[in-house]
Every structure is written in structure tokens, then in C-alpha cells.
Design a protein around this ligand. Structure first.
Ligand code: SAH
Ligand code: SF4
Length: 358
């Protein structure tokens, strides 16, 4: 069965036509769901009967299982269940005049990054395009601010679920009206996917999760590095930069005593300097997870690392560690919820885009 945000315009038009509805109805429904971003239930121009019929024929793909809020309601997190019970999580970050949504592309993740809660829990299944788009639409329904940014930084590796990810990107751009540069796809370095992305027609923003300046350490933190080593990942990032003209983001989780030494900052700067000024490193203090022993780098160490990168010619930002928020869609909610210990106001976490960035 088609789902509410999985159905295409043509499918909705055919459905309405089969009920004997006039042709303009399809546009009305589509504009309501996407251009106006309204819940189906609120499309009052359709009439109660038709809305009820549509609601039944086009059910949502996700059921809210648990929600939590932090920061006086400015940050909301959902744990959803797919029709088969698969766990999906989404984070909405509201700012003064706009909002950002962080979406998942898979239930779980097969990449096994050692420090990541999602990676520790393993892979459940790919999400469908409709499930990805629905995360954004339903987050928008809970936000008076317009969702202007979507980051693919929730659970899962977007480029390991390429077709669904790209179909969702196109729907968010063409129908929900997001600009390509306000859509950020984050990858751990799936090189063939990065190359494919470089050939697409929409220049989305690419974020590459590095976490180490050399292969020996990256092999340990990011098992995929053994297949696609750092040099290849950076080559593919360069290809993307050349094709898209978009500044590259590099994500780096700061892990105390593991990847936060001054010499490691120098080594990272040497590797990234060639991209300057078109590269930007986001330093994210590690969000400690039960399955990974190392601590977060202390703030002073993070600041020093950033300074060293800048001295080496590479732009760097320390992401604020939003201690009162709950925005790490890196499997933390699911983990805590499964353990029966979700408290709503929880651990210091740092997923998502730069505060105030766009
Ligand atoms: N799979 C993709 C996107 C989802 S993860 C990727 O890895 O890029 C989104 C971001 O959260 C990545 O940069 C990832 O490295 C980071 N992340 C995962 N676990 C984390 C943790 N425990 N602390 C800090 N950042 C983490
Ligand atoms: Fe998967 Fe990204 Fe977590 Fe690695 S960091 S396990 S790629 S979600």
C-alpha cells in the first residue's frame, strides 16, 4: 500500500480519479501536503469525507513511539516505529525564525563505527523514501518555524541506502521547496556513493565524517576505512567539491586521548589544506556511549585542536555541546529507551548542524 509521503503525485491523482474526484483535487492535496506542509487532517478545503477516505488509503508510515523535548521545547526528538516495528529517530531543532530537521535513512547501521550507538546496535533495515520524507513533514507539523534545513545525520549511512536517500532529497527539494545547499548529506566515506553524488543534478551539501587524520587510527574507529581508506575518501570529496562548487564539511568527533592531540591536528590540517578555503572542519565532542570506553575530549583540548587546525590553514568550528538538549540522533534515544532509562533531559549531545548555521 502507498503511504502518505511515499505516494507520488501521479499515484495520488490516480487514486482520486478512481473515486470520481475532479482532476484539480490531486493538485490540492499535493500542495496541501508539500507546499503548505500541512497535515492531511488539516486540509479543510477537501471536506471531511474525502479527508477521511484519503487518510485511510494513504496511512502514515511511522507511528510515534516516544517523544522527548529539551531546551524549553526548542529541541524535539521522536522515536518512531515503522509498520514492521523498525526503530527510526528524528530530531527537530527550532531556532528563532527557522528550524532544522535531522533525519534517519536506515533503522540501525551496518558500518559499525566503534564510538557510535547506532553502529554498536547493528543494522535493522533500509528506510524508504516515504519514511525519510515523512520524518521531515511530521517534524514540520510540530514547528511553527519553517523547516529550512534538513541534515541526513540521524541513524544510518545515507549513501549505503543511496536510491532511497536520493529520492527523498529530490522530493524535499522539488516539492517541499528546500534549497539544495540547505540539504546536508553526511557520509562516513562510502566512496562509490560520493562519486555518484557528484554526478547528480542537485548540489546538496556534503559532510564527510573523518574522526582521524591517518589510516591506522581511522581503521580502528571507522571499519569502512579498511575498504575505502582516507586518501580515496578525500579524493572523492575533492571530486564532489569540483562538481558541486559547495564547501565541504568534515566531521570529527573529539575523543579524549585518542584523536585529540596537537600532532593529530597538524596531520589533519596537512591532509585538508589542499581544499582551503572550501573545507570546514566541525569538531564534535564525543557523546559517550555505553559500548565505547573513551571519554569526550575536554573543552580546552577541543579549543586547542581547533586553533591548531586554523593555524594550519583549515577552517574549524567547535560545535556547541548542548548539554540541556537531546539532539544526538546517533542511536542514543533508542538505546536509552530500550534500557528503560530515557529521561527526556539527557546526556550532552552534539549531533546536527552548527547552531545558527544554514
Ligand atoms: N552515517 C553518517 C551519518 C549519520 S552519523 C555518518 O557517519 O556520517 C552523523 C554524525 O554523528 C557523524 O558525523 C557521526 O560520526 C557522528 N556521531 C556518531 N556517534 C557519535 C558520538 N557518539 N559522538 C559524537 N558524534 C557521533
Ligand atoms: Fe553508521 Fe554513521 Fe554511526 Fe558510523 S557514525 S555507525 S556510519 S551512523
Amino acid at each position: 500500500m502507498a503511504t502518505r509521503y511515499g505516494a507520488s503525485f501521479e499515484e495520488i491523482a490516480a487514486l482520486l480519479a478512481s473515486w470520481g474526484e475532479p482532476a484539480y483535487r490531486a493538485r490540492q492535496v499535493w500542495d496541501g501536503l508539500y507546499r503548505r506542509r500541512a497535515p492531511l487532517e488539516d486540509l479543510t478545503d477537501l471536506g471531511v469525507g474525502l479527508r477521511a477516505r484519503l487518510a485511510e488509503a494513504l496511512p502514515p508510515a511511522l507511528t510515534a513511539r516516544h517523544t522527548s523535548t529539551a531546551d524549553d521545547g526548542e529541541t524535539l526528538k521522536w522515536l518512531w516505529a515503522g509498520a514492521d516495528g523498525a526503530s527510526v529517530e528524528t530530531v527537530l531543532m527550532r531556532y528563532r525564525d527557522r528550524a532544522t530537521v535531522c533525519v534517519s535513512t536506515q533503522a540501525g547501521c551496518a558500518m559499525g563505527c566503534t564510538f557510535c550507538a547506532t553502529g554498536q546496535a547493528g543494522f535493522e533495515r533500509h528506510l524508504t523514501p516515504g519514511e525519510v520524507v515523512e520524518q521531515v513533514a511530521r517534524a514540520q507539523h510540530s514547528s511553527s518555524q519553517r523547516v529550512g534545513n534538513v541534515v541526513f545525520m540521524g541513524m544510518g549511512e545515507p549513501l549505503a541506502n543511496y536510491d532511497a536517500t536520493w529520492a527523498a532529497v529530490v522530493r524535499l527539494h522539488d516539492d517541499l521547496g528546500l534549497s539544495a545547499r540547505h540539504i546536508t548529506v553526511s557520509t562516513v566515506g562510502v566512496v562509490p556513493g560520493m562519486r555518484r553524488l557528484a554526478r547528480e543534478h542537485l548540489p546538496v551539501t556534503l559532510a564527510v565524517s573523518l574522526h582521524a587524520p591517518d589510516d591506522a587510527l581511522r581503521d580502528e574507529l571507522v571499519p569502512l576505512n579498511r575498504r575505502y581508506p582516507l586518501g580515496e575518501v578525500l579524493d572523492a570529496a575533492g571530486e564532489y567539491l569540483a562538481a558541486s562548487g559547495r564547501r565541504l564539511s568534515f566531521e570529527y568527533a573529539m575523543i579524549g586521548g585518542v584523536n585529540d592531540a596537537p600532532a593529530q591536528a597538524d596531520a589533519l590540517a596537512r591532509r585538508l589544506r589542499g581544499f582551503s578555503p572550501a573545507a570546514h572542519v566541525n569538531l564534535i565532542p564525543l557523546n559517550p556511549t555505553p559500548g565505547f570506553g573513551a571519554p569526550a575530549s575536554p573543552p580546552r583540548r577541543v579549543a586547542a585542536f581547533a586553533e591548531r587546525l586554523r593555524a594550519g590553514g583549515v577552517a574549524a568550528t567547535v560545535r556547541r555541546n548542548r548539554g540541556t538538549e537531546i539532539d544526538a540522533a546517533c542511536g542514543q534515544l533508542r538505546t536509552r529507551h530500550a534500557a528503560g532509562a530515557d529521561s527526556g533531559r539527557s546526556a550532552p549531545v552534539t549531533m546536527g548542524p552548527r547552531r545558527g548555521g544554514s
